[in-house]
Design a protein around this ligand. Sequence first.
Ligand code: GLP
Length: 263
Amino acid sequence: MEIIITPDYESMSKTSAEIIAKEIRRKHDLVLGLATGDTPIGTYRELANLHKAEGLDFSKITTFNLDEYLDLAPLHKNSYNYFMWENLFKHVNISPHKVFVPQGNTDDPEVFSDWYERQIRDAGGIDLQVLGIGRDGHIGFNEPGSSFASRTRVKGLYEQTIKDNARFFDKEEDVPRFAITMGIGTIMEAKKILLIANGEAKAEVCREFIEGPVTSQITASALQLHSYAIVILDAEAASKLKRKEYYNWIRDNKHIVRKQIGR
Ligand code: GLP
């Protein structure tokens, strides 16, 4: 994993948006995996700015969102589908038929999940998957104990996750107890992965998934096994890392490697 430590939320968001934009410019029909939550809002704002200011073109890309609450209709104001349209899609020139978000109110979640996996495969697989992280280490809604081989399916949410996400709802009882989420196996098949995290509340779990052992109890630690994973943290989320100086040194000395390989 490449660890990039930025001073604050703004610079974390700018750095991650630049990485995503670079991939879109490199491959116009990029297949992009997307996440929800507070963390990526700044990144999406930056992407919308790049669209307006520089004409960053979303018209040929396909997107797949990680997850959706079970039983929420796509237009429900707490659905992740609604979140994505509010925070990104309506601000850029994306083609609505190339946007995929799991359908929370599907009649048959199992059939739907298989269909979702097929859509990802038929699109050629995910080129770049954007991730946030939950305080219990989950990515998507893959709560502790999720199999590293898991595919898109229904998962029950942990008490901690329900509490953390209650801020988006009128009251805690309204938070759905289940969600449809891509599995760890699905996420790990993405060619590149970009995880972003900010704030002190994420410091402990960031130390665990980056510097601790690979364990299904902290599902983000699966990223240690990925061949191309970038993690961008703000200073608060990075505050408990033991090897902070080393990551900074690598970042500041990358030119040495480039020089050695003649670039
Ligand atoms: C939810 C989502 C995750 C997200 C996490 C953290 O549980 N399913 O994909 O990473 O929340 O959210 P936040 O960025 O608001 O801390």
